[in-house]
Design a protein around this ligand. Sequence first.
Ligand code: FMN
Length: 130
Amino acid sequence: MRQLVYISTGSPDLTEDDVADILATSQRKNPERGLTGFLIYNGRNFLQLLEGDAAAIEILMEDLRGDKRHNGLVRIEDVPIDVRRFSDWTMRRLELSTDVEERRAQLTEWLPDGFDEKVLRTVLNFASLN
Ligand SMILES: Cc1cc2nc3c(=O)[nH]c(=O)nc-3n(C[C@H](O)[C@H](O)[C@H](O)COP(=O)(O)O)c2cc1C
């Protein structure tokens, strides 16, 4: 299995309803694809962590590349894993506080122990941006 993190930029006309639709679709489709993970949207950019079989991730990445609700997708992490860290999360949205200081505490609380150090640092860095 792999754990992949990408960031992208939401389309300029993206609404909260669009983000809710993305979550609903993800939660419906990910179980059959064997994918789990989380999604952060800060009003401008997405960060998504996906874990599952490499093939299933690549099929979704193809869909994502054609999805007009975001663009400028860049993979920032792609590491092999033996154990799923987010097995209960078909796709959970992590809603970060508007208070930048508080975000680190939120993520430390939400993200599981044993989560890859480098990937964790990437997520924390993203969360510290406005
Ligand atoms: C930021 C973002 C994250 C997404 N994450 C997922 C996901 O985890 N799983 C998924 O099936 N679709 C996800 N989608 C939606 C896919 O791009 C695509 O629209 C969907 O898989 C197609 O489903 P459908 O063929 O049932 O309409 C995401 C879209 C965006 C913009």
